[in-house]
Design a protein around this ligand. Structure first.
Ligand code: NAD
Length: 443
């Protein structure tokens, strides 16, 4: 099929190269001319494993990038909206980029013949495609949705860091919309044989995305709350608590051949310094805001967000408990990305940790194996260290915020230092006895 993808961020670009790999002819559109130029040189503007080879394989044949939305839409059968939906201060999402894209797509459809499917892939709160996208497209096209063109929803479940793999091997495909739009989406994804498809209406598809992320965020805050209570009571190790919880047959299922299989959900039931990234915090806040808007406050999700907001401060509390007053203390924060294998720093718990440390008067150094020094521009007195050994060598304490595999080298690096720094493990990724001085969340 001929497909236009509006917005070439994490979601749009991965969708575009993935669809090209499936055999479709794809035009990426972005308002950012530098991104478009980089893409046309075969350079992905983001770091994602496997993205660059796919981009370079299809560029110039089944894939190209442009800023000309009207021509790209007019030359396609199906257009994805993959633009950002940032948070507003009250937690609700700003759908103005989605609305602007829908208006431009509608204007392009005004002079086209034949059925065209407009698909919302951006994460939008239930009701948005009916209440915002449909009227915007109808107004500027002068045509009727459901008759002349279709509006559909196809939420994206990719995980940054493994986005290409997630796209190419989806666990489910959720599609919402009218019958013709659903048929177009089934044809588009026909190459994913055997993958369960959930066909439904647009608001239900929108809700599936939010319910999925809200469930994961709830698991994380639940685990953090149990860990915090364990710390307050004393003598309880949250990592061991969770190991015991995970052995429940609901999470670790015994198979008939005597082996067991552990549900990947278990990884969300681990104590840590909180969830971050561009999705979980934003999606939880947006669903809670939607609840307030329709007079059904989501008390559980409001609490999930509250627990998460307070979690980074727990690391600084641990430092104070072990080191005493922090002014003048040399503290190294390890990790800026919100999770390993990505360069995305959006809503990373590292930033509140850095801010609290700076306020405390500590001398702060930060390291990340992938994220560059520009991420800490404007943060004031924070030193960026490109090398892990340099980052830890003069530290009084080292605080692990991101579970980068690289940090498994810490016991070896720290073993050579005299005196060795305290390790505060915000991810409980190291063995307690692997370094001379260790504490962690939920100990
Ligand atoms: P992003 O900010 O990385 O990319 C959005 C892109 O859209 C930018 O390049 C921007 O220049 C472009 N853009 C904005 N308005 C445009 C317009 N009118 N025409 C053309 N281009 C335009 O965003 P993202 O992380 O890819 O997220 C996009 C959506 O997908 C959001 O709703 C997000 O919540 C959702 N989502 C993100 C992820 C993720 O892991 N990043 C996963 C699932 C869903």
């Amino acid at each position: 099929m001929r497909v236009a993808v509006v917005g070439t961020g994490y979601v749009g670009l991965v969708t575009a190269v993935g669809l090209a790999e499936l055999g479709h002819t794809v035009t990426c559109i972005d308002i950012d001319e530098r991104k478009v130029a980089a893409l046309n040189r075969g350079e992905p503007p983001i770091f994602e494993r496997g993205l660059e080879p796919l981009l370079q394989r299809h560029l110039g044949s089944r894939l190209r990038a442009t800023t000309d939305l009207a021509a790209a839409v007019a030359g396609s059968e199906l257009t994805f909206i993959c633009v950002g939906t940032p948070s507003r201060t009250d937690g609700s999402i700003d759908v103005s980029f989605v609305q602007a894209a829908a208006e431009q797509i509608g204007a392009a459809l005004a002079s086209t013949a034949g059925f065209h499917a407009v698909i919302v892939k951006s994460t939008v709160v239930p009701g948005t495609s009916d209440e915002v996208v449909r009227p915007a497209c109808e107004r500027t096209s002068g045509k009727r949705a459901g008759v002349d063109f279709g509006i559909g929803v196809n939420p994206e479940f990719l995980t940054e860091g493994q986005a290409v793999e997630d796209f190419m091997r989806p666990d489910r495909i959720v599609i919402g919309g009218d019958d013709r739009t659903l048929a177009a989406l089934r044809e588009l994804y026909a190459g994913f044989e055997g993958v369960p498809i959930v066909p439904t209406n647009a608001p239900t598809a929108e809700m599936i995305k939010y319910a999925s992320n809200a469930m994961l965020a709830t698991a994380i805050s639940f685990s953090n709350e149990i860990a915090n209570l364990g710390s307050a009571i004393g003598g309880i190790d949250a990592a061991e608590v969770m190991r015991g919880v995970h052995l429940s047959r609901y999470l670790t299922t015994p198979l008939s051949d005597g082996t067991t299989v552990t549900a990947p959900l278990s990884s969300f039931y681990e104590a840590g310094c909180g969830y971050g990234g561009s999705c979980l915090p934003k999606d939880v806040a947006a669903l809670a805001a939607r609840g307030r808007q329709v007079g059904t406050p989501l008390t559980l999700l409001e609490a999930v967000a509250g627990v998460n907001d307070r979690q980074p401060a727990r690391l600084v509390d641990l430092l104070r408990r072990e080191l005493g007053p922090l002014p003048g203390r040399r503290i190294t924060v390890l990790g800026l990305a919100f999770k390993p294998d990505t360069d995305d720093v959006r809503s990373s718990p590292s930033f509140p940790v850095l801010a609290l440390l700076r306020e405390s008067g500590a001398e702060v150094t930060v390291h990340d194996p992938v994220v560059g020094p520009e991420a800490v521009d404007g943060l004031g007195e924070v030193t960026y260290a490109a090398d892990l050994a340099d980052a830890v060598k003069r530290a009084d304490a080292v605080v692990i915020v991101t579970r980068w595999d690289d940090y498994r080298r810490l016991p070896e690096l720290i073993g050579q230092l005299d005196p060795p720094p305290l390790v505060v493990d915000g991810r409980r990724m190291l063995e307690r006895t692997s370094v001379p001085s260790y504490t962690g969340i939920g100990l």
